[in-house]
Design a protein around this ligand. Structure first.
Ligand code: ATP
Length: 240
């Protein structure tokens, strides 16, 4: 039923100027699932995440998180409600240390003890970050910055994690680690993930649901396995 959805998007229209990029997006995401959001360059994947997270203002439509309409809810409130966005390009603060960057992710939390626990968990998950606690953001490699951006989101213990191209520029081994981590967090914490990826095979291997965007709409929303196994769909929308 509709109330089982953690995220429900209806008729979402948004963009940057006269012509909308999202032309009418309908999407339902069940809690504790990973959805791979796929589609050609320019289909609107990044814009969808930016609209969900309040960075782009929709001109029409509805975004409902766990039954609450998010219209008019300020960006910082979205974080408190459990939404975390890791943008493409990562958004690490270059002048701050690894530790300071991670703490930013938990500053707003009232439960200080759990914020500290979450921080320790991130150091356990990402050993390179633990070794570089006192290093500044600008001293990190691309892969380490990606871990840091993801880690900072996790310190906030999100319910819904919006990830934009986490595998971009990463070694395949690190990408595989991150995908395994997402699965682990889904299974352990019931984390829900919207995963925008160019790495279609990697994303579909970890995802429960496969969502294909085309020209500002959701063209297909089906099980990840269904999308993986349907050669016609793959050829038509994913080019392999
Ligand atoms: P990509 O994989 O290339 O990031 P995408 O599916 O994420 O593709 P978007 O980044 O959402 O697509 O871009 C959709 C359209 O919006 C593109 O035509 C793009 O040129 C346009 N666009 C994106 N950002 C802006 C911006 N800040 N101002 C104006 N137009 C933008």
């Amino acid at each position: 039923t509709a109330t089982d959805a953690l995220l429900r998007v209806r008729g979402l229209v948004a963009g940057y100027g006269a012509a909308p990029v999202l032309r009418s997006v309908d999407l339902t995401i069940a809690p504790g699932t990973i959805a791979a959001v796929l589609g050609a360059n320019g289909a609107g994947k990044t814009t969808l995440l930016r609209t969900l997270t309040g960075l782009v203002r929709p001109t029409a439509g509805q975004i409902v998180l766990d039954g609450d309409d998010l219209r008019g809810v300020p960006v910082e409130q979205l974080v408190r409600r459990g939404m975390a966005h890791v943008p493409e390009g990562r958004g690490v603060v270059a002048e701050l240390t690894v530790d300071e960057n991670l703490r930013l992710g938990g500053l707003w939390r009232r439960d200080r003890a759990d914020a500290r626990r979450a921080l320790d968990e991130v150091y356990d998950l990402f050993e390179p970050l633990a070794r570089r606690r006192r290093h500044a953001g600008h001293q990190l490699s691309g892969g380490e910055r990606q871990m840091l951006a993801l880690g900072r989101a996790l310190v906030g213990r999100p319910r819904l994690l919006l990830l934009d191209e986490p595998s971009l520029g990463l070694a395949p081994r690190v990408t595989a680690q991150i995908m395994a981590l997402l699965r682990q967090l889904r299974d352990r914490d019931g984390l829900t993930v919207l995963l925008v990826e160019q790495n279609v095979r990697g994303a579909l291997s970890v995802a429960d649901q496969g969502v294909v965007m085309s020209l500002g709409r959701i063209a297909i929303a089906t099980s990840a396995a269904g999308l993986r196994d349907d050669a016609d769909l793959r050829h038509a929308y994913l080019g392999f």
